[in-house]
Structure formats: structure tokens, C-alpha cells
Design a protein around this ligand. Structure first.
Ligand SMILES: Cc1cc2nc3c(=O)[nH]c(=O)nc-3n(C[C@H](O)[C@H](O)[C@H](O)COP(=O)(O)OP(=O)(O)OC[C@H]3O[C@@H](n4cnc5c(N)ncnc54)[C@H](O)[C@@H]3O)c2cc1C
Length: 290
């Protein structure tokens, strides 16, 4: 199908963006277009005006300030994957984004577009939940900062108003001796994941776990962070501890059947991937110098 006819405006600055959004009742931002354009072609989305933000350089930065990595919402997957700064600061994000679609999708799609679109198994959201990111949402009235878990409302719905733009992702840089792992199962390479898991595990000099963060995608309407600290903290992480953590996850999730997989199969995948990801993240932490 072809999209319903629409007007097109390209803006180069944030004030021009806010003016364009304020001037139209049914306007939509377009960034990489990798989700919005297919939705327009299916007529699921029918904006009257597309506001193209690809010229807004103020949304494209990747900088580190102390222990926080700041990524502009318009940064493309490819920019982030290829950034030595991101690789050194939050390698979990690079590992996760490598699973997004195909090269053409990663060359055009943006982190901001992925977060606002909010597919429940999008790698961006799962990794950012695990990392405890905050989002900067801007409008003509100013800025607000939202923890990522609060930003995700339900599938394809986020806490952003039509006159607002997602401007920046703020990602805390994990402490030294923190290992990471990202695991996912999809029907084919490049497909959306059935289930995916992001893990961060920090260890002390004796190898005992001092902090853990775990997030899953594909098991609910939004990415889910599960606290598995009770099973892991204060001890070295072994297969038995990972299995205990997987039991906590199993009790916390309620995956539903959909047209790709059944809920019970997703539950099984979650258990397997959680154990794999925790053990791999722990091993990575030990390699960083326990
Ligand atoms: C064949 C195919 C395979 C794919 N596979 C995967 C996959 O495996 N994993 C995955 O995670 N994704 C996958 N995707 C989706 C892809 O990652 C999209 O790029 C991403 O979901 C949206 O980013 P975008 O920049 O293209 O956003 P757009 O399509 O331009 O916009 C998406 C939505 O976000 C809004 N928006 C965009 N930027 C902003 C902003 N800064 N502020 C406010 N609103 C904004 C738009 O108005 C729209 O509602 C796939 C897509 C295709 C076509």
C-alpha cells in the first residue's frame, strides 16, 4: 500500500522543530523512518505533516561527561556501534545494537526513534533499561528528564507528547570491574528477537558479585528489569546461582502468546538466556581484573 498523502517539512534547529510541531495538529517527527514509514505504508500511522529532524545537528552528539555518556536521539545505530567512545564506556550497548535488523536498518535507524517507537523486544530499550538510562525530553517549554523504565508505557506507546522531542539519552557508565553480556533468540538473523536479555555484573577483587542489573525484552509489553540481587550478591556467580536468578525471573514474568511464539516457549527462552547472560557477564567482569 501507499501512505495517505501528507505534507513534509524539514527543520535544522530545535526552535524550528518546536515551531513546526506547534503549527500542526497531526504532525509527526521522522528520524530514520525505519518504523514510521512502514507504518504509514500500512496506514497504521496517518500523519498530515512529517517533520524531518535529520538536519538538527544538536541531536546527533555522542559525548562523555564524567561517568555519564550522552547520546543525541538522532545518533544512528551505525554511529553508535562504530564509536570508540561508546565501545569503551558502555560496550553492552554496542553488543545489543549489533542485533538490530540488517545493515541498511542500522545505517538509517536512530536510537531516539527506536526508544519512542517502543517495540517490546527492541534491543535499544532492553540495553538502556539494564544500564539505567535517563531520557531528556524537550519542548518549547523546556526540558524534563525521565528514567527509561517510566518512559515506556506499553507496546508502541511512550511518555512523550506530540509537541515534544526526545533529545538525548543519558547513560551511566558502569563502574570498573563490571562485565556485560547480551543474548537473544530470533527466528532468523536480523528479525526482531523473540526474547532478549541484557546483563551487567560487577565483582570485587575476590570475584564476589557486588552489583547486578538484568533486563529482558519480548516477555511483556515493555522491556522488563528484574532484581536478581537476592540470588547473587556477595558470592561468586556460578551455575547454581545463575539458576537461582533464573527462577526469580521466571516468577516475575508472564509472557503471552503472539504470532511469533507461545508464552511458554518465551518463558523457556528467558530462563536459558538469563543463565547464559549472567554467567557470561560474570566471566567478563573477572577478565577485567577481579
Ligand atoms: C526490516 C526491518 C527490520 C527491523 N529489525 C529490527 C530489530 O531487529 N530490532 C529493532 O530494535 N528494530 C528493528 N527495526 C526497527 C528499526 O530499528 C527502526 O529504526 C527503529 O525502530 C525506529 O528508528 P527510526 O529512527 O527509524 O525512527 P522513525 O521510523 O523515524 O520514527 C519512529 C517513531 O519515533 C518517533 N520519533 C523518532 N525520533 C524521535 C525523536 N527524536 N523524538 C520524538 N519522536 C521521535 C516518530 O515520530 C515515530 O513515531 C527493523 C525495521 C525494519 C524495517
Amino acid at each position: 500500500m501507499k501512505p495517505k498523502s501528507f505534507d513534509y517539512v524539514r527543520v535544522d534547529t530545535l526552535p524550528a522543530l518546536f515551531a513546526a510541531l506547534g503549527a500542526h495538529d497531526n504532525a509527526k517527527i521522522v528520524a530514520g523512518g525505519q518504523s514510521l514509514v512502514p507504518m504509514m505504508n500500512f496506514r497504521v500511522a496517518q500523519p498530515e505533516v512529517l517533520v524531518d529532524i535529520n538536519g538538527v545537528e544538536a541531536l546527533r552528539h555522542v559525548v562523555r561527561e564524567g561517568a555519564v555518556l550522552r547520546i543525541g536521539a538522532l545518533a544512528r545505530y551505525r554511529d553508535v556501534i562504530d564509536s570508540p567512545l561508546v565501545r569503551d564506556s558502555v560496550p553492552l550497548l554496542v553488543a545489543a545494537l549489533g542485533h538490530v535488523g540488517y545493515p541498511a536498518i542500522r545505517n538509517r535507524g536512530t536510537l531516539g526513534g527506536s526508544v519512542v517507537h517502543n517495540d517490546p523486544s527492541a534491543e535499544t530499550g532492553v540495553a538502556l533499561c539494564c544500564l539505567g538510562a535517563e531520557l531528556v525530553v524537550a519542548s518549547a517549554e523546556g526540558e524534563r528528564v525521565v528514567p527509561i523504565a517510566e518512559f515506556f508505557v506499553t507496546t508502541y506507546l511512550t511518555d512523550i507528547a506530540p509537541h515534544e522531542v526526545l533529545a538525548e539519552l543519558r547513560i551511566p557508565v558502569p563502574a570498573p570491574r563490571t562485565g556485560y553480556a547480551f543474548r537473544e533468540v530470533a527466528k532468523r538473523v536480523g528479525d526482531f528477537a523473540i526474547v532478549n536479555v541484557a546483563a551487567l555484573v560487577a565483582v570485587d577483587t575476590r570475584g564476589a558479585t557486588t552489583a547486578v542489573s538484568l533486563a529482558l525484552g519480548g516477555v511483556a509489553e515493555t522491556p522488563v528489569a528484574v532484581d536478581v540481587g537476592a540470588a547473587l550478591l556477595g558470592r561468586p556467580l556460578d551455575a547454581a546461582r545463575a539458576a537461582e536468578a533464573a527462577r526469580l525471573v521466571d516468577a516475575a514474568i508472564d509472557p503471552q502468546d503472539d504470532n511469533v511464539a507461545g508464552g511458554e516457549y518465551k518463558r523457556h527462552l528467558a530462563g536459558v538466556l538469563v543463565k547464559q547472560a549472567l554467567l557470561a557477564a560474570h566471566e567478563d567482569a573477572l577478565a577485567k581484573g577481579a
